[in-house]
Design a protein around this ligand. Structure first.
Ligand code: FES
Ligand SMILES: [Fe+2]
Length: 383
């Protein structure tokens, strides 16, 4: 399904430069990072399609409810009697109140609007509208919550609020073979960090898509995983990414290179020696390690502000170890995250200068090129 979209409000020349062949192209127009009008456009044209809204395990048990996103992309997630998670537009069919405030959560056998107490079943059907019993012709069947397309893919929840994005299989084309062996749906989130960054969400993805910066700002990471040890992969869907090898002595990404956990069962020799870094376009970063999976879930708050939730998941065999302590992975990446966040926030301040111009991409920034051109194609109004 393709819909006609208005191009993003960015200069056409700059957009063409971003789409030039790799080696000659430039970064996205400066407006993409600093202009609130572009941010609004992205909400309506990028974040209105498939994007990640969290981990299925966050909705713990029948009746668990959570509101994510806001405004046009405000979504209510609900785990139903059948144990399936559903997504609804977070808007009451009476007069439009949100069922839960953005970021709020609840657990009950029904969904109740806080304004005039209309109540819905967990599958979205209207159960009771107080005072309407005697109203002639009132048909409760017409006033169920609006259900949105949702896919629970390996424990990650994806929603398409627009209802017009491509089939989910096309969105994640090529990913099953890469993510499947790690069985993220069977891992347990053991640690989470929440960061609020003063930077545009795309600066974070671009930073994640290259290790050209690693030797300058990540001495600890570079010791375990040499910055030029990897390659990017070319995939048919909307996701992108690449892998990096670890030195022979290292078991995983940690300060010492040692693992405090257990390797994920069934991984290949290659998977046990590498870390795969994936961008689940637009807002989920998935880092597949031999013994844990780390995700960064980005929620853009403003053109220059982004919330990032970093979560670390481990196999149950690790959790069963009596002395299991995830800090070997958490501390390593918290340190690395903070090095990255400082760079990303500095880039944002730099780009706010009227003298900032879209720069060229280095040979090692082909991953950035994949992301930039994916965004630039969206800006032109085509896929
Ligand atoms: S707006 Fe929800 S019950 Fe009135
Ligand atoms: Fe980095």
């Amino acid at each position: 399904m393709f819909k006609q979209v208005t191009p993003a409000p960015v200069p056409a020349d700059d957009l063409a430069a971003a789409l030039a062949p790799f080696g000659q192209s430039r970064m996205l127009p400066r407006e993409a990072y600093v202009d609130p009008a572009v941010f609004e456009w992205e909400k309506g044209n990028i974040f209105s399609g498939w994007h990640c809204v969290g981990h299925a395990a966050d909705l713990d048990g029948v009746g668990a409810q959570k509101a994510v996103g806001s405004g046009p992309n405000g979504i209510l997630l609900v785990r139903g009697e059948d144990n399936q998670v559903r997504a609804f537009a977070n808007v009451c069919r009476h007069r439009g109140h949100e069922m839960l405030a953005c970021g709020g959560s609840a657990k009950r056998r029904g969904i109740v609007c806080p304004y005039h107490s209309w109540s819905y079943k967990l599958d979205g059907q209207l159960r009771k509208a107080p005072g309407f019993d005697a109203t002639e012709g009132f048909d409760a069947g017409q006033f169920g919550l609006t259900e949105l397309r949702l896919v629970n893919w390996h424990g990650y929840l994806f929603v398409d609020p627009s209802g017009t994005d491509v089939d989910f299989a096309d969105h994640v084309a090529g990913m099953e073979d890469i993510v499947g062996p790690y069985r993220p749906e069977d891992l347990t989130v053991v640690a989470r960090h929440s960061y609020e960054l003063e930077t545009n969400w795309k600066v974070i993805v671009e930073n994640y898509q290259e290790c050209y910066h690693c030797s300058a700002i990540h001495p600890e990471l570079s010791k375990i995983s040499p910055p030029t040890s990897g390659e990017n992969i070319d995939l048919p869907g909307d996701w992108m990414g690449g892998w990096m090898s670890m030195i022979d002595e290292a078991e995983t990404m940690s300060l010492s290179g040692r693992s405090g956990g257990v390797a994920i069962k069934g991984l290949s020799e290659q998977e046990l020696r590498t870390v795969m870094y994936l961008v689940g376009f637009p807002n989920l970063l998935v880092s597949l390690h031999p013994d844990y999976v780390m995700t960064h879930l980005m929620t853009p708050l403003a053109v220059d502000r982004t919330h990032v939730e970093c979560a670390w998941s481990f196999p149950k065999e690790a959790l069963e170890k009596p002395d299991f302590d995830p800090s070997y992975a958490v501390d390593f990446w918290d340190l690395t995250n903070r090095q990255d966040w400082a760079a990303c926030e500095s880039v944002q301040r730099g780009l706010s200068s009227p003298h900032a111009r879209p720069g060229p991409l280095a040979p090692d920034e082909d991953g950035v090129y994949q992301f930039v051109t994916r965004v630039a194609r969206a800006y032109t109004g085509t896929r």
